[in-house]
Each structure stands twice: as C-alpha cells, then as structure tokens.
Write a new protein. Structure first.
Length: 259
C-alpha cells in the first residue's frame, strides 16, 4: 500500500486526475485493446472528474478507447432518477467527454432478476480482461463501494443491504430525508475490486480520518472492508490532511519521506 497526503481536497482531485490521465495515455488504448477503468460516485471523486474533463477539453486526454465499470447503484432507482448513479455519472463525467455509451457499464438496479444482473456484470468484467485501474472512495465506516462492515473480503457483485450509518450519510443527497434513501444497492464485491490491476482510493475530510487510520494502520478485518486493500500489490490511497489526521506521526513521516 502507498499513501499520498495532500493539503486539501482540491489537491487530491488534481493528483488523482493526473495519475489516471497518465495511466491512460501511457497505455495508449485502442478499440481492440481498451483501458478498463472502474469508477465511483459520491462527492469525493467530483474534483477528479472535473479535472479529467479539463484534460479532455484541452485535448490532453481521450476516452474514446476507455471502457468503464461503475461500482454500484441503488436498488429501485431508474437511470433517469436524479439520485441514481447512472444520472450522476452522465451529469458529472460522461456527457462532457468523448466516451462511447456502449463502453460505459453500470448495474441495472431495476432488473427483474438482480442476482442474474450481478452475475452478468462479473462476466462482462471477466470477458474484457479485468479492470486495469479501479478508482474508489471510502465511507466513514470504512466501506468501499457498498461493501458494508462485515462484508466478506472475497465477496463478488451482489445485492447488499445498506447500514443505517450509510443511509444517514447519504441522506444529504435526498434532501436530508433518510426515509427517501434506498435501503439496498447492487455493488461490486471486495473481491471484484481486489482483482483490479491497481486500486486508487480517495479520501477527504475529517469524517474519513478513522477509516483511513484503519485502512493504513489497522488489522485486516471485515469490520473495515477497506483494510482488505492491504493485501493488494498495487493500492494507493490519496487523502488530504484532515483525512490523515488520526494517523501516527511515524506513519506520516514514513510515507512523506518516500515522495
């Protein structure tokens, strides 16, 4: 695991966008050999997406041969619902870049057979050769995607019931009304994320400090699903000073000395 600590959320977003753009450009994707990118939603990646859009607008980056797989989607929301992750991705990234619609993959949370939808998603990832870089965030309780505490660290894409703490945290997107937050989601599993060649996790704000401490310094545990990434050979966490505020001084000094 590698840790990068930036001063603030703006710097985190800029660093992450630069990293992703460099990876895509170095890979030099083609139609027959696309760069496969895993993507999250939520407030944390917004600055990264804004910077990626700027790179595209400045002709420094193309998504023409990039294939994406999103982490999750709320069960019961249509893709046109303003709180759906389909809508979020369209508004905050896809409609602003040159990515092909057929190259964007999101879970269908209105599928008649949700288990079959999840199995199909795993098969699509496998068929294309796996995810090269999975970008993600982390919840206050250490969950990655919607892999809530006590999820199996070998879990695959599935239906997951959301914890009350996640519902409470996400209520801000539903006008502060927890009753409007869906109680279930479709999510890639911890094992699905671990299969990616690289994982890049972003964290900003004091409310993520405990999760980052557990991710970097804690034991590997299904209580904090982000801790599974300690076992991944190519994981990077990029956080701001606030999110790093509970780390031991020696930990901070160690990673800062490696820059």
């Amino acid at each position: 695991m590698y840790l990068v600590i930036k001063n603030n959320a703006d710097e985190v977003g800029q660093f992450a966008a630069n990293y992703i753009a460099n990876k895509i450009n170095q890979f030099n994707p083609t139609q027959s050999r696309p760069f496969v990118l895993g993507l999250p939603t939520g407030s944390t990646p917004l600055k990264t997406y804004q910077n990626l859009i700027k790179f595209y607008q400045n002709k420094d980056l193309s998504f023409e041969n990039v294939v994406t797989f999103n982490m999750d989607e709320y069960v019961g929301l249509s893709e046109n619902d303003e709180q759906s992750y389909h809508y979020f991705m369209q508004e905050n990234l896809f409609k602003h870049i040159d990515i092909k619609k057929e190259n964007t993959h999101l879970l269908n949370a209105l599928a008649k057979d949700l288990e079959a939808e999840c199995a199909s998603y795993e098969e699509k990832i496998k068929k294309i050769g796996g995810i090269r870089l999975f970008l993600g965030g982390v919840g206050e309780d250490g969950h990655i995607a919607f892999n809530e505490p006590f999820s199996s660290l070998t879990s695959r894409t599935r239906v997951e019931a959301l914890t009350q703490s996640t519902i409470h945290a996400n209520a801000r997107f539903f006008g502060g009304d927890e009753s409007k937050v869906p109680t279930k989601a479709l999510t890639v599993g911890v094992g699905t994320i671990m299969d990616a060649d690289e994982v890049l996790i972003l964290a900003t704000g004091k409310n993520k400090a405990k999760a980052i401490k557990q991710a970097v310094e804690g034991a590997i545990s299904h209580v904090w699903t982000i801790s599974a990434l300690q076992m991944h050979p190519h994981t990077m966490i990029v956080c701001d000073q606030e999110a790093a505020s509970e780390l031991c001084e020696d930990t901070v000094d160690y990673f800062c000395s490696r820059l």
